[in-house]
Design a binder for this molecule. Structure first.
Ligand code: PHE
Length: 467
């Protein structure tokens, strides 16, 4: 059956616009903020290695699966899965996977907006020269001051959510392209400048070794984290790439396109790591500092180099934009679905969903201050508690949502999508969408989707459960 459907939500002008949009979605806080701090927490090289393996063997096949499902279905992820399943004589319940992904994406947006809000605060701080000549210690204190203040966090979180809703309400296909064309290359250039600075710290090799020296004994520690992060950073498992795939022109080649997005995303993460860790070591800071890592190290770097005030300001503007182009892709699957389902206006649906995410995000705002003692998933001597105030272990609200999404919802969503493409859609449909010239390449990629990626996700799950 030929694929001649068109999406009611619009379509990209060319495959380049898809690359821009998907790269915009993939490159975000995951690369610049989360990847370096997770590498720090999970001990460096072993984590990086597992991350790269997960990207190549699991993340990329899933991204391919999502893109082709989206392009063939031409509707929101939920309805694309439903109609393709029915076309293939399978159960429409496959769409539940997309429903779960959609909720996962909204949950991610709830905390993403708070962290993106930190970068808004830093734009102002940098612009004012508040970090000029700052020491590592004072940078730490200044970050502590920010996250300890619920009002300030709420202000920025609200602003960021409004920005996200604004683009989505107008439609992704319009507004997005022009800003991405300028911003993405600029982000690369600034990262390279930071990398240049990290060379001058005298600790470059130390940072390099931390990122790339492989300690086999640490591999098991971080493998589930690495798998979860591979999903997060590529934006797969929630339908974001699928919904963008549904706006992709019919003729564009999916394979090369998806590969480009994956490579760009990985390059940004590695560059960010290489730029950050030498600064961490030069400042005598702890690589395992957690979520605050980037917000403490980068101000130290910018505060102590020539033109640092201007460059720092521009840098945090770009972090904000990178986060923005990711956050809209979290909202789009749900908005597209509800528009299809209810026929109401994008603006109305966007407003309601953004408000919901904002509310859940307040839990993250409070995680760092008035609710820092509210702990979920507590494993204590007297047993398991879902919630306990002031418990020793356990996770705060922010950590819980992060855990639930990255470790559980994303991998499960990704697994369902790749199984759908590999086992339900049918070989002919997949071959037609991928349109590879070489039959050998097709067989290899199809095998990755059918066998390697699903087994990869399952093995990591089981390894974690039996650890
Ligand atoms: N990939 C984005 C990042 O690295 C986060 C994201 C996750 C975006 C899921 C969309 C969906 O920051």
């Amino acid at each position: 059956m030929a694929n001649d459907k068109v999406s009611i939500h619009g379509s990209w002008a060319s495959r380049w616009v898809f690359i821009l949009a998907a790269t915009g979605s993939a490159v975000g806080l995951g690369n610049i903020w989360k990847f370096p701090y997770m590498t720090g927490v999970y001990g460096g090289g072993a984590f990086v290695m597992m991350y790269l393996v997960c990207i190549a063997l699991v993340g990329m096949p899933i991204m391919l699966a999502e893109t082709l499902i989206g392009r063939r279905g031409r509707q929101s992820p939920v309805n694309s899965l439903k109609s393709l399943a029915l076309d293939s004589g399978a159960s429409p319940r496959w769409s539940w996977a997309a429903l779960m992904g959609m909720v996962g994406a909204l949950l991610i947006l709830s905390f993403y907006s708070v962290v993106a809000g930190w970068s808004l605060d830093y734009i102002v701080g940098m612009g004012r020269g508040q970090f000029n000549g700052i020491s590592a210690e004072n940078a730490g204190a200044s970050f502590g001051g920010l996250i300890g203040d619920p009002w300030r966090l709420t202000l920025w979180h609200t602003l960021f959510m409004v920005l996200t809703g604004f683009v989505i309400a107008r439609g992704v296909v319009a507004g997005l392209e022009r800003s991405l064309r300028v911003m993405m290359p600029l982000l690369f250039v600034l990262l390279l400048i930071l990398l240049g600075y990290s060379f001058t710290t005298g600790h470059f090799m130390e940072g390099f070794h931390f990122l790339f020296s492989f300690q086999p004994e640490k591999v098991l520690d971080g493998v589930l984290a690495a798998m979860g992060h591979a999903f997060f950073t590529l934006s797969v498992g929630v339908g974001s790439i699928m919904v963008y795939g549904s706006y992709m022109p019919k003729k564009a080649s999916i394979g090369a396109t998806v590969l480009t997005v994956g490579i760009l995303d990985t390059l940004v993460a590695l560059t960010a790591g290489l730029a950050l860790f030498p600064i961490v070591f030069a400042g005598g800071m702890e690589p395992g500092a957690g979520p605050g890592l980037m917000f403490i190290t980068l101000p130290v770097a910018f505060g102590n180099i020539a033109f640092g005030q201007v460059m720092g300001t521009v840098f945090f503007i770009l972090v904000m934009v990178a986060a923005w182009t990711s956050s809209i892709s979290m909202l789009e699957p749900a908005v597209a679905y509800l528009v299809e389902r209810t026929g109401r206006s994008r603006t109305l649906i966007t407003s309601i969903l953004a408000l919901l995410c904002w509310l859940v995000g307040m839990g993250t705002v409070f995680s760092f201050n008035i609710w820092s003692e509210a702990k979920f998933f507590v494993f204590a001597v007297d047993g398991f508690h879902l919630f306990q105030w002031g418990a020793e272990g356990g996770k705060n609200f922010f950590d819980s949502i992060d855990y639930l999404t990255s470790r559980i919802l994303l991998p499960l969503g990704g697994l369902s999508f790749v199984l759908f493409a590999g086992w339900v859609l049918g070989r002919d449909a997949v071959r037609e969408e991928l349109a590879f010239r070489s039959p050998v390449l097709f067989s290899l990629v199809y095998w990755l989707m059918r066998v390697v990626a699903p087994i990869g996700v399952l093995v990591v799950f089981v390894a974690e459960l039996t650890k």
